[in-house]
Design a protein around this ligand. Structure first.
Ligand code: ZN
Length: 203
């Protein structure tokens, strides 16, 4: 049924098959029979044992992209970051959530936003407007200036985190690169599992 041949499937080929256009095609009847659907991916991803890898794969490629799914993914990333923070004695201001959880959450949310929707503003989700909680009126989004799109620079990342540009460069940029490397490796591993399962369907 699938055109992916043999167990040695390049994850990039799988990626190429899962462009948004492909997902649309598979939903319509008479679409490309070789295209993978989000539910195929989500079903196969059920075999991924490691929770963070599973959550990222189904969020990005399996159609599990509601706010609640994103929050679960965010929590998994924060768990990972908390381990780094404890092991390496990160200097974090303590708050009600324990070890600077708010900042780690912003950091995790930044990575998710950038990796899943590279140009969509995460504050307003692309609308360009935000609800002012005091006046209950819509105002221009501060993060993107009302464009709804964002081009992430280190300055923008620092603004999202609520820290100075210098603090981003000195401390957080390195951590961000490390998180990106980790997640890239997890994604490649997860997609390999999905690709192998989908390349040899049972019926
Ligand atoms: Zn915005």
């Amino acid at each position: 049924m699938y055109s992916l041949a043999g167990p040695m499937v390049d994850a990039r080929r799988l990626l190429a098959k899962m462009s948004p256009g492909t997902q649309q095609l598979t939903r319509s009847t008479g679409g490309d029979p070789n295209a993978l659907s989000q539910s195929d991916v989500s079903l196969a991803a059920g075999r991924i044992k490691e929770p963070l890898t599973y959550r990222w794969i189904v969020y990005r490629y399996g159609g599990h992209d509601r706010d609640s799914d994103r929050q679960r993914l965010e929590t998994s990333i924060v768990c990972e970051l908390s381990r780094w923070a404890v092991q390496e004695h990160w200097r974090m201001r303590k708050n009600r959530g324990g070890l600077g959880k708010g900042r780690l959450q912003r950091f995790a949310a930044l990575w998710i936003a950038e990796a899943a929707h590279p140009h969509r503003c995460p504050s307003c989700k692309g609308s360009g407007q935000q609800l002012d909680t005091d006046t209950h009126r819509h105002v221009c989004c501060q993060q993107c200036g009302g464009n709804g799109t964002i081009r992430w620079s280190n300055m923008q990342r620092a603004r999202w985190m609520g820290i100075r540009h210098s603090a981003w460069q000195k401390t957080w940029q390195r951590r961000y690169e490390r998180l990106m490397q980790l997640m890239n490796a997890k994604e490649a591993h997860g997609l390999r599992i999905v690709a192998i399962l989908l390349s040899d369907p049972l019926d």
